[in-house]
Ligand binder design. Structure first.
Ligand SMILES: Cc1cc2nc3c(=O)[nH]c(=O)nc-3n(C[C@H](O)[C@H](O)[C@H](O)COP(=O)(O)OP(=O)(O)OC[C@H]3O[C@@H](n4cnc5c(N)ncnc54)[C@H](O)[C@@H]3O)c2cc1C
Length: 248
C-alpha cells in the first residue's frame, strides 16, 4: 500500500511537471490514422507537422491533447510510443485502450483532427544501454505491450529478448502476428489469455533469466505489484525490476 501511495504521488508529480516545465516543447501533430485494432483498443498514428524535436527514443511516452476538438477534455493524457525511431522519425504510433471520456467516445467520432503532444523521456532505453550484457525480459499486460513493442523493434538483433504478453481475451492480441514474425534464436515470444500465475514463472523464464535478466513490466498497477512480488520470490532482484504503471 505504501508503494502504491508513493507511485500515485510520483504520477501526480509527473502531470505537474509536464504542465509547468515541458510547456515549451509542444509538438504540433496531425492525426494520420485511427483504427480500432480490437474491441477495446485503438491504434493512433500521429504525424509531426512542424519542425519540433524528432529526437525521441523507443519506449518514451507523450502527453497527447486535441485542444480544438469540441466536447473533448483539453487535458493532455499520457500514452506510450508503440513504434520506434528506426521505423520513422516523423510518425508516432500509439496503442490506446478504450476506457473513459478521452479514449472512448469522442476519439471515435472526432478523429481526423490536429492535435499536439509533448514528449516525456522514459528511462527505459538508458537502463538497457547501461546494462549491455543482460537479457531483456519484456512483460506487457494489455495495452502495456505498447512501449515494449517499441523497445523490441529498437533492440531486436542487438540483444537477447523475451516478450511475454498477457491479454484478457485472445481477440485482444492485436500485435500477435507482429511478434510472431519477430521470433528468432535471440527473440522469444509468448502470448496468453489471463495473467501470469506464480506457478508459471519457472516455466516461462530460465534460471539464467531470473538470475541476471532485466525485467520490464508494464500494465495496471495492482497487477504489476502482484507479479513483481512473485518475481522477487524467484530471485529477481529489485534493481532488475523496472516497471511502468498505467493506472493509479
Ligand atoms: C506513463 C503512462 C503511460 C501510459 N501509456 C498508455 C498507453 O500506451 N496506452 C493506454 O491505453 N494507456 C496508457 N496510459 C493510461 C492512459 O493515460 C489512460 O488510460 C487515459 O489517460 C485514460 O483517459 P480516459 O479519460 O479515457 O479514462 P478515465 O476516465 O480517466 O479512466 C477510466 C478508468 O480506467 C483506469 N485505467 C486507465 N488506464 C488503464 C489501463 N491502461 N489499463 C487498465 N485500466 C486503466 C483508470 O484508473 C480509471 O479508473 C498510460 C499512463 C501513464 C501514466
Amino acid at each position: 500500500m505504501v508503494l502504491f501511495d508513493i507511485y500515485s504521488f510520483a504520477i501526480v508529480g509527473l502531470y505537474l511537471w509536464q504542465k509547468l516545465v515541458e510547456n515549451d516543447k509542444v509538438l504540433p501533430t496531425k492525426v494520420l490514422k485511427l483504427i480500432s485494432v480490437s474491441p477495446s483498443a485503438w491504434q493512433l498514428t500521429l504525424g509531426m507537422t512542424g519542425n519540433g524535436s524528432r529526437n525521441f527514443k523507443a519506449g518514451d511516452f507523450f502527453f497527447i491533447s486535441f485542444p480544438k476538438v469540441k466536447g473533448l477534455s483539453k487535458e493532455a493524457h499520457p500514452f506510450s510510443l508503440t513504434n520506434a525511431p528506426i521505423d520513422s522519425d516523423r510518425q508516432l504510433v500509439f496503442t490506446i485502450r478504450k476506457l473513459g471520456d478521452f479514449t472512448k467516445k469522442t476519439f471515435f467520432v472526432e478523429s481526423w483532427r490536429y492535435g499536439s503532444c509533448r514528449r516525456t523521456v522514459r528511462p527505459f532505453s538508458s537502463i538497457i544501454d547501461n546494462k549491455k550484457e543482460a537479457d531483456l525480459i519484456f512483460i506487457g499486460m494489455g495495452t502495456g505491450i505498447a512501449p515494449l513493442l517499441s523497445l523490441s523493434r529498437q533492440y531486436q538483433n542487438q540483444r537477447r529478448i523475451k516478450v511475454v504478453w498477457t491479454v484478457k481475451n485472445l481477440n485482444e492480441a492485436y500485435y500477435d502476428q507482429i511478434f510472431e514474425k519477430m521470433k528468432s534464436d535471440s527473440f522469444e515470444y509468448h502470448m496468453q489469455a489471463g495473467r501470469i500465475k506464480a506457478k508459471q514463472i519457472d516455466e516461462l523464464f530460465s534460471e539464467k533469466e531470473l538470475r541476471s535478466g532485466l525485467f520490464f513490466v508494464v500494465g495496471p498497477a495492482f497487477a504489476i505489484i502482484s507479479l513483481e512480488n512473485s518475481l522477487k520470490k524467484h530471485s529477481v532482484s529489485k534493481d532488475r525490476l523496472i516497471d511502468e504503471r498505467l493506472t493509479m
